[in-house]
Design a protein around this ligand. Structure first.
Ligand code: NAD
Length: 464
């Protein structure tokens, strides 16, 4: 950690994927940078309490599941022996390695990394409270706000030993015998899958009619078919009316859309009903920075807020709340702050749900194409026709391409299947390069790989 300077050319508040990327890039571009965050090293929610620890747990889940399922192809292991303390230590080690590496990079780039929090006194001055409790003023020329988001809670509910949010679930304190996940979105399904593989009986309650709102239903069906076997119960169109914490668990009262009510006891309840941006506690009222009704800081294409020398990026600056969107916005804000020309104007921001199977999509969804009454052609290839899928002992998965019916331009790609999250990168590049269906079918894909499903789906777009 550095000592707090009295003035700074650029201050970045928040050191998650958005904040640390912006700070590093700005330092590389020659700005003198101060990066402020309460944690000992940069990393933010993504590294400490989000993407990385959840992927570590999902890796454990993959090992357990593959070992269980391999009996079907003639390889039998004994029951897995799970040493939760060792798994937790390994996961924490991954986090320490990555965050430590970012701390080292901050030092190498000679930026001032200050442990603490900051709030605006006025549009040119911040009041910084360091983790040691010291308060001092910091004058700045430009600032980038990257304070991220936090889990939404059910009204009147507080987290504790029995009711947890994603951060609590990722601490892996224990593996509850029964776990209710409230919310069938990214976090609920990823963490629900991890705990199910670790041995919990997992139930999911989702208030809408389907899982993963915003994702095409045919992709979701591939996942749901498998989750129906892995999870105890999947309650759709159902809300949680009451949570009663008791000595031996939490009694949950459900209420269906039809008004029917029922109760059940769970050892733990994980609330994963969305995230909200951290715009409070920044002293934005002392600036002319505008905040939308949903709590996002309003920005233009250069990530500038209503105050041109104050930028906002990442979850704080709007949906989708994804680390890779934050990285991209960070590079724009840093470049603009350093006097370069840059704009945030992506054709595709990929979304990946790291369940088993994974779901990934980018560009236009088929649902959106229909809603917008666009003239599109779609090709949908089931993975059971792909050799590599079968050699993995799987037969689930689909690849879907959506192209403009008039000019064959690729508009969107959807994937469901093991490894879909890696495969989607090709689709992002294709969309950014304005590729056509013809481009995809004339590019030689390696055999035998899952990537051939993109090539084969492209062939389906043509009669000859
Ligand atoms: P989400 O928006 O993905 O899903 C929340 C779900 O909860 C929705 O399906 C919603 O209908 C449901 N819901 C809301 N209120 C409810 C209630 N009272 N009872 C039952 N269901 C209710 O939110 P999330 O899963 O909390 O994740 C938050 C954000 O974090 C995501 O939008 C995503 O941007 C990000 N994230 C991304 C990844 C990834 O990239 N793999 C992983 C985790 C989180």
């Amino acid at each position: 950690m550095s000592t707090l300077p009295q003035k700074s050319q650029l201050v970045v508040i928040g050191a998650g994927p958005g904040g640390y990327s912006a700070a590093f890039r700005a330092a590389e571009l020659g700005l003198e940078v101060t990066l402020i965050d309460p944690e000992i090293n940069p990393g933010g929610v993504c590294l400490y309490r989000g993407c990385i620890p959840s992927k570590a747990l999902l890796h454990v889940a993959k090992l357990v599941t593959e070992a269980e399922e391999s009996a079907a192809i003639g390889v039998t292991f004994g029951n897995p022996q799970l040493d939760i303390d060792k798994i937790r230590a390994w996961k924490n080690g991954v986090i320490e390695t990555l965050t430590g590496g970012l701390g080292g990079k901050a030092t190498k780039l000679k930026l001032s990394y200050v442990r603490g929090t900051a709030r605006f006194k006025d549009q040119q001055t911040l009041v910084v409270t360091t983790s040691a409790g010291e308060e001092s003023e910091l004058a700045f020329e430009q600032a980038i706000l990257a304070t991220g988001s936090r889990p939404v809670m059910l009204p009147g509910v507080e987290t504790g030993k029995r009711i947890i949010d994603s951060s609590g679930a990722l601490e892996l304190e224990d593996v509850p015998k029964t776990l209710l996940v409230v919310g069938g979105g990214y976090i609920g399904l990823e963490l629900g899958s991890a705990y199910a593989a670790l041995g919990s009986k997992v139930s999911v309650v989702e208030m809408t009619s389907g899982l993963l709102p915003g994702c095409d239903r045919d992709l979701v069906s591939v996942l749901k078919r498998r989750l129906d076997k892995k999870f105890e119960q999947m309650l759709l169109n159902t809300k949680v009316a009451e949570l009663k914490v008791q000595k031996n668990g939490v009694t949950v009262t459900f209420e269906t859309q039809k008004g029917e009510s029922s109760s059940k006891r769970f050892d733990k309840v994980l609330i994963a009903i969305g995230r909200r941006p951290n715009h409070e506690n920044l002293g934005l009222e002392n600036t002319a920075v505008k905040v939308s009704d949903k709590g996002f800081v309003e920005v233009d294409g250069q990530q500038r807020t209503a105050v041109p020398h104050i930028f906002a990026i990442g979850d704080l600056a709007g949906e989708p709340m994804l680390a890779h969107k934050a990285y991209a916005e960070a590079h724009v804000a840093a470049a603009v702050a350093a006097g370069r020309k840059a704009v945030f104007d992506p054709r595709a921001i990929p979304a990946v749900v790291f369940t088993d199977p994974e779901i990934a999509w980018c560009g236009l969804t088929e649902t959106a194409a229909r809603e917008q009454k666009l003239k599109v052609k779609t090709a949908k290839l089931p993975w059971r026709s792909n050799g590599r899928t079968l050699t993995l002992g799987r037969d689930d998965g689909i690849t879907k391409l959506i192209v403009d019916a008039e000019n064959d331009r690729l508009l969107g790609v959807g994937l469901a299947g093991p490894g879909a999250g890696e495969l989607i990168a090709e689709a992002v590049l294709a969309l950014e390069m304005a590729a056509t269906g013809e481009d995809l079918r004339s590019s030689i894909h390696p055999h035998p790989t899952l990537s051939e499903t993109i090539f084969e789906a492209a062939q389906m777009l043509f009669k000859a």
